[in-house]
Write a protein that binds this ligand. Structure first.
Ligand SMILES: Cc1cc2nc3c(=O)[nH]c(=O)nc-3n(C[C@H](O)[C@H](O)[C@H](O)COP(=O)(O)OP(=O)(O)OC[C@H]3O[C@@H](n4cnc5c(N)ncnc54)[C@H](O)[C@@H]3O)c2cc1C
Length: 311
């Protein structure tokens, strides 16, 4: 449906086109929605007949509306913008309304016009209602460059969420956790770690953060300090490019983690960031004994604009 609407010049927000980001929400009027078109949506949106237009393949006429999607967005004020590195930004937003989320979820930010992109929350839901986001600047990327260069402290932005089913719950506080993230895939893992420690998680917490170059290990010293302080937390920094300083492992984070942790029976596994890594590692973790419903995935699916003309 999304492709059809776009082909006919109808403006619909979208980003990943895979049912992950939930940016292309529409509302169906007076019809039954096929199974799978509401995957991952919160209960209230399901009951209101919202669905993901990228997952809907209609076989008869259907009436849809998008007018009400604006009511799903709330406002927040930009209170801080800090650069972790030249191309990774920490953005802190103060919501104007009550905001609740689970550790590991993401929000959708709306820019001027209807551009919507998803960003994971790094904040601890136990400590702050603020939204801490980590944004990677993408070459020619519309939203990430707008957030870096145009959005100012004091400005208001619209956000929708929190979304996503890859989150931590207290019921698992005795279980060991393996968290693997690439790039800004660290953000939701940080939220999970912060929250898990604040609720007294007793199982082991093992974090593998991978990037190509050392600049991508943007919280290296803070994570080393945390691992020194907290007995059940271990941190492994992994570089797939050249090793630029001591203390890092050489190779891809997912390969290194699964080489070391060969039996994942009874583990909670969290995989965030680069979609191919997430997909491949989900399969490997399952083969290593983790239950499918204990492997939580958050792939940062991007719009691949390389094959298309930019608008
Ligand atoms: C659930 C979810 C959570 C996310 N969380 C975060 C987060 O916490 N932090 C974060 O920085 N991002 C996150 N993302 C990605 C984010 O939503 C945007 O897609 C990203 O910021 C790019 O948006 P943009 O508008 O700048 O780029 P767009 O204008 O959408 O362009 C995408 C850019 O990437 C290039 N590109 C597309 N596919 C590829 C590819 N496979 N390889 C190389 N280049 C490619 C395009 O050519 C273009 O330059 C998340 C995505 C999802 C779905």
């Amino acid at each position: 449906m999304l492709d059809c609407l776009l082909r006919h010049g109808i403006k619909v927000s979208y980003s990943c086109k895979m049912g992950t980001c939930q940016a292309c929400l529409l509302k169906a009027e007076g019809c039954e929605l096929p199974a799978g078109t509401q995957t991952g949506l919160p209960k209230n949106l399901k009951l209101e007949n919202y669905f993901l237009s990228c997952l809907f393949y209609p076989d008869s006429d259907i009436k849809v509306s998008q007018t009400t999607t604006s009511s799903l967005f709330k406002k927040a004020v930009v209170v801080e913008k800090n650069k972790f590195t030249d191309d990774i930004l920490q953005l802190i937003l103060e919501p104007l309304d009550v905001f609740e989320f689970y550790a590991g979820q993401f929000v959708n930010l709306k820019a001027e016009g209807e551009t919507v992109r998803s960003y994971s929350l790094a904040s601890n839901p136990n400590e702050s209602e603020r939204l801490e986001l980590h944004i990677k600047r993408m070459r020619n990327g519309w939203m990430s460059n707008w957030l870096f260069d145009e959005l100012l402290v004091g400005d208001q932005v619209e956000y929708q969420g929190a979304n996503g089913t890859s989150f931590y719950t207290k019921d698992n506080s005795d279980k060991p956790m393996l968290l693997i993230g690439t790039g800004t895939g660290l953000a939701p893992l940080l939220s999970i770690i912060r929250y898990a420690l604040s609720v007294g998680h007793r199982g082991e917490i093992i974090l593998y953060h991978g990037t190509r170059h050392a600049t991508g290990l943007y919280l290296n010293s803070q994570l080393i300090a945390l691992a020194d302080k907290v007995k059940n937390f271990s941190y492994f920094a992994c570089l797939s490019g050249e090793i630029e300083f001591d203390g890092t492992l050489h190779g891809r984070a997912n390969d290194l983690a699964l080489q070391k942790y060969k039996d994942l029976t009874g583990w909670q596994v969290y995989l965030c960031g680069e979609p191919e890594m997430v997909k491949k590692t989900q399969r490997c973790a399952y083969l290593a004994g983790a239950n499918l419903d204990e492997i939580h995935t958050d792939p940062f699916n991007l719009r691949d604009l390389r094959k298309r003309r930019r608008k």
